[in-house]
Design a protein. Structure first.
Length: 476
């Protein structure tokens, strides 16, 4: 039987289906009423955190969050590690007496690096723009710095992709700054190649997919207003850093969301998905769009979204994938709606929508899973007003999480102290049931942990937004 894909790691997509939907209807009742009971709320020391990873060490699971650390009025880029009970384990800071450093958006965990310990990476952005940023490689057992590499640019969010490029059994590191992508062999930190055509990443993450069996996979990424005419590109490159194709001339920002690979229409062929942003109403569009490319680089469809973080799954069990998200009133167009929306991605059809009280910046990585174990997928989406960048004028931070059923019924609303920036579902304590984790923005911010009833098998969960295909964590 084709398996359910149930949880995905730090991120979102859950390419899942509802084929078991009728098998458990009779088992519903009061015992399924409690949705997302909170396990823990870890107050970090870091400001404006946006991402986390969870890895496994000999001491058990470790949560690592990135953000800015302030001491003596100096700002340093930092990561901090906690156990699931919230006990601080270690921290690592990129700092100097002369300059401030801010943390890049993403943090990654590498188990098979060729070193005798797991590795965590984060990036830093120096205060004077003339200085170059870089990436720090950290021993995940004790937080010590083991290496640093300088960017080719000032800015970089660690928009990385982990993959064994040369098939030696060790994970290699595809690292991106604002202008270049580099393949780095982690065992000796050598750069194998650097690619610099049309690279302009903000919050994007590339994806990697094996087009044909026994052929080398291909790396796909999009860029943010990268060309001189202010338009955006989408590119495919091979594992040696050679361009395969480039699709140019797109009006929306294609460099601020992850790439996903999925068969959205159920015909057996995968498509390449990219959510575009009308960044800060750049073109005063009514809607932002989902871009669907085929593997030859042709744009085969676009559909109106209204949100930027997307949870993907087959919520109605018809073999076609839906995308669920909550309005992003800054980057999702000028449609004026505040709602949770479910859109069939191959047709662009709005399946349902449900209004919400407030919406601003949506969560980057909404998730989908059978949270209440009733045989149907639920989506968890979030929205909020950040404490730092993007904060609405004359306002206080706020945040909401919603659990919404496959039919658009709001099962739970959880108000938060700040914007839920990124979410993840993984079974960190390995009891077969997924936990739900969310990074909540603040000065400083939090890591909130909730329990679910979603059955899970833990695979590659240290990787933000699932594996290199961004296809989620498989559960059988
Ligand atoms: Ca297809
Ligand atoms: Ca469907
Ligand atoms: Ca369910
Ligand atoms: Ca668990």
């Amino acid at each position: 039987m084709k398996h359910l894909l149930i949880s995905l790691y730090l991120g979102f997509v859950l390419f899942a289906s509802c084929q078991n939907r009728n098998s458990k209807d009779s088992s519903q009742g009061g015992k399924f009423n409690e949705i997302l009971p909170q396990i823990n709320m870890i107050q970090t020391r870091l400001h404006t955190s946006s991402n986390f990873v969870i890895g496994q060490t000999s001491h058990g699971p470790v949560f690592v969050v990135q953000g800015d650390y302030f001491e003596n009025q100096k700002k340093s880029a930092s990561i901090e590690a906690y156990n699931p009970q919230g006990k601080p384990l270690w921290n690592n800071q990129k700092q100097s007496d002369q300059h401030d450093f801010g943390a890049g958006a993403y943090v990654h965990w590498v188990d098979k690096s060729g070193l005798n310990h797991p590795v965590v990476t984060y990036s830093y952005v120096p205060k004077p723009k003339e200085m170059k940023g870089g990436v720090v490689f950290v021993n995940a057992n004790d937080g010590s710095t083991i290496h640093e590499l300088s960017n080719n640019a000032h800015f970089g969010n660690n928009n990385s992709l982990l993959f064994d490029f040369n098939k030696d059994g060790l994970t290699d590191y595809l690292y991106a700054d604002l202008a270049t992508i580099s393949a780095i062999q982690l065992s000796n930190f050598q750069k194998e190649w650097t690619f610099q055509d049309g690279v302009r990443f903000c919050w994007s993450l590339p994806a990697l997919f094996e087009l044909k069996h026994d052929q080398n996979p291909i790396i796909y990424f999009g860029s943010e207003y990268d060309s001189n005419d202010g338009l955006s590109s989408f590119l495919a490159i091979d594992l040696k850093g050679n361009r395969i194709w480039k699709s140019s001339g797109h009006v929306e920002d294609l460099g601020s969301t992850p790439v996903f690979i999925a068969d959205i229409d159920g015909d057996g062929t995968k498509e390449i998905l990219k959510v575009g942003l009308d960044l800060e109403h750049h073109n005063k569009q009514k809607w932002n769009h989902m871009y669907v490319f085929n593997t030859d680089g042709e744009l085969i469809s676009k559909c109106e979204l209204g949100f930027t973080g997307i949870a993907i799954g087959d919520v109605d069990g018809d073999g076609r994938l839906e995308g669920v998200g909550i309005s992003n009133t800054r980057d999702g167009g000028l449609n004026g709606l505040k709602e949770i929306r479910c859109i069939e991605l191959s047709t662009g059809k709005l399946e349902w929508s449900v209004p919400v009280e407030r919406a601003y910046l949506d969560c980057n990585s909404p998730v989908m899973a059978d949270i209440n174990d009733d045989g149907y997928l639920e989506a968890i989406v979030g929205t909020g007003n950040p404490a730092g960048y993007g904060r609405l004028p004359n306002s206080e931070p706020w945040g909401d999480i919603y659990v919404v059923s496959h039919q658009g019924e709001i099962l739970k609303r959880q108000e938060l102290m700040g914007r839920p920036v990124n979410m993840g579902i993984c079974d960190y304590n390995q009891d077969g049931i997924s936990e739900f984790i969310v990074v909540v923005d603040g000065k400083p911010g939090w890591i909130n942990i909730y329990s679910t009833k979603a059955k899970a098998k833990q695979i590659d969960w240290p990787v933000p937004f699932g594996n290199a295909e961004r296809s989620g964590t498989h559960s059988y």
